[in-house]
Design a protein around this ligand. Structure first.
Ligand SMILES: Cc1cc2nc3c(=O)[nH]c(=O)nc-3n(C[C@H](O)[C@H](O)[C@H](O)COP(=O)(O)OP(=O)(O)OC[C@H]3O[C@@H](n4cnc5c(N)ncnc54)[C@H](O)[C@@H]3O)c2cc1C
Length: 414
């Protein structure tokens, strides 16, 4: 039987939230995922932690059940008041459990390659194995794949890009030794936090964008470049976080892939990916030599997808803007409330934007395709201008969008 109420293209961050919520409300839901696990950027991309949701967040039931499921599996901690510190491998299992618990049909290894249209309506999608029909389709592919296949309009790109990153994890780290050492080094706690959780040491630190010398790790990077251990490009961006449920593992939010962006072709990406893996190898040797506690560290994971911050943005019934964020504009049908900053990475060191803001609302209309009546979009490719996308692309917001959309679809379809 290949008829569903809702087909979700992509079982990633936003897609899982739509699917879980819609099925829990009683809709018949299909997820087609091209990979072999759920979670998208959270799992394949090794993107941890979830940035802390606003205290006034709405549509956060999915986030909360995921926290609880991961806690049960031993893959979640609350760090510095943020419950979104997840273990990427256990997140795969937690999402399997959650979607199965509400009866979502998940089909892995299923890349959506075509759509079935009837004028301005989408009737279904096609993979190599067949056709799947549904009342509505939700494009949760991150890249607007279903929208592209449906001939939808995309928002103007101008010259706006954020660099991709290839994330990785080092294991075998003595977190306590590193924590004690780095706190001593970063005496003013400018960019470092360390916290004991359940008798284990977790930490976060960086050497990154706001001016080299304020960063306690800066002299080490400088020395490593002079000694040829790192290249100057390796020092463009550096940020590390402990991994929940794996206290000897550390997730790296780097290296940035400065030579390509989210819209690069496979051919353009390939050289860049190989360069990034070389950078990962150099960064590993750097950490082992310069960081106390990293002496026995080894590469345990390299992401199996490129970390894309922004690629295509689908034109929706409403184009959400940076001005909407800054003014805290109110909407009739908000799907998410967040206060995550406008966070736009630049290719150039010290040129990124991190603009703090008050709570803002993301409107439902930015998730509704302008061109195809029953096509919806969630996640990082929704209808928002480039700067606004820099704020709403984070995981908790993508999940809230998914949950909010599912609640709306239930009203429409029941
Ligand atoms: C380097 C980097 C660091 C980040 N750091 C943070 C952070 O610290 N905290 C935070 O909260 N956010 C962070 N983000 C942002 C956040 O992780 C992402 O923007 C968000 O997870 C995107 O969710 P999504 O649902 O749009 O896409 P994804 O989670 O990427 O899901 C898309 C899914 O669609 C599938 N798919 C794609 N095409 C098809 C197809 N044709 N058919 C079937 N399936 C398909 C993919 O396999 C994938 O599973 C970061 C992002 C990057 C790139």
């Amino acid at each position: 039987m290949k008829n569903f109420d809702v087909t979700v293209v992509g079982g990633g961050t936003g897609g899982c939230a739509v699917a879980y919520t819609a099925a829990k409300l009683g809709l018949k839901v299909l997820v087609l995922e091209k990979g072999i696990h759920l979670g998208g950027a959270m799992t394949s991309g090794l993107v941890v932690p979830v940035m802390k949701p606003s205290d006034n967040a709405i549509n956060d039931e999915f986030f909360n059940v995921l926290v609880t499921e991961l806690e049960t599996l031993g893959g979640q901690i609350t760090y510095q008041g943020n419950r979104g510190w997840f273990n990427p491998e256990l997140t795969k299992i937690a999402l399997d459990n959650l979607l199965a618990s509400v009866g979502v049909k998940v089909i892995f290894a299923s890349e959506v390659k075509d759509v079935i249209l009837d004028g301005k309506r989408i009737c279904g999608v096609k993979t190599e194995e067949g056709e799947y029909f549904s009342k509505v389709v939700v494009d949760a592919s991150g890249d607007g794949i279903a929208a592209k296949l449906s001939g939808c309009e995309f928002l103007d790109k101008k010259d706006e890009v954020q660099p991709n990153s290839l994330r990785f994890i080092l294991s075998g780290v003595d977190a306590k030794a590193f924590g004690d050492w780095v706190l001593e080094l970063d005496k003013d706690r400018n960019v470092t936090t360390v916290e004991e959780v359940g008798g284990k040491t977790y930490f976060s630190t960086s050497y990154t964008w706001d001016g080299g010398d304020k960063q306690a790790l800066a002299p080490l990077f400088k020395d490593a470049v002079e000694c040829g251990i790192l290249t100057k490009e390796d020092t463009n961006y550096f940020q590390i976080f402990s991994v929940a449920g794996a206290e000897s593992s550390v997730a790296f939010n780097c290296p940035r892939m400065l030579d390509c962006n989210g819209e690069a072709s496979a051919e353009e990406l390939s050289g860049s990916i190989m360069n990034a893996r070389q950078s990962i190898f150099r960064l590993t040797n750097f950490c082992k030599k310069y960081f106390k506690g990293f002496e026995n560290a080894y590469i345990s994971n390299i992401a199996d997808v490129v970390g894309v911050r922004v690629s295509y943005r689908v034109k929706g019934k409403y184009i959400y803007t940076m001005e909407d964020i800054i003014s805290g504009k109110k909407f009739e049908n908000p799907v998410a409330v967040s206060n995550y900053p406008i966070d736009v990475h630049s290719r150039e060191k010290n040129k990124s934007t991190l603009k703090k803001v008050q709570d803002y609302e993301v409107p439902l209309e930015s998730l509704i395709s302008a061109d195809i009546e029953n096509l919806y979009v969630v996640g990082r490719c929704v209808s928002a201008d480039f700067m606004a996308q820099g704020a709403i692309r984070v995981q908790a917001t993508c999940m809230a969008m998914g949950e909010g959309l599912a609640r709306y679809l239930f009203q429409v379809l029941r």
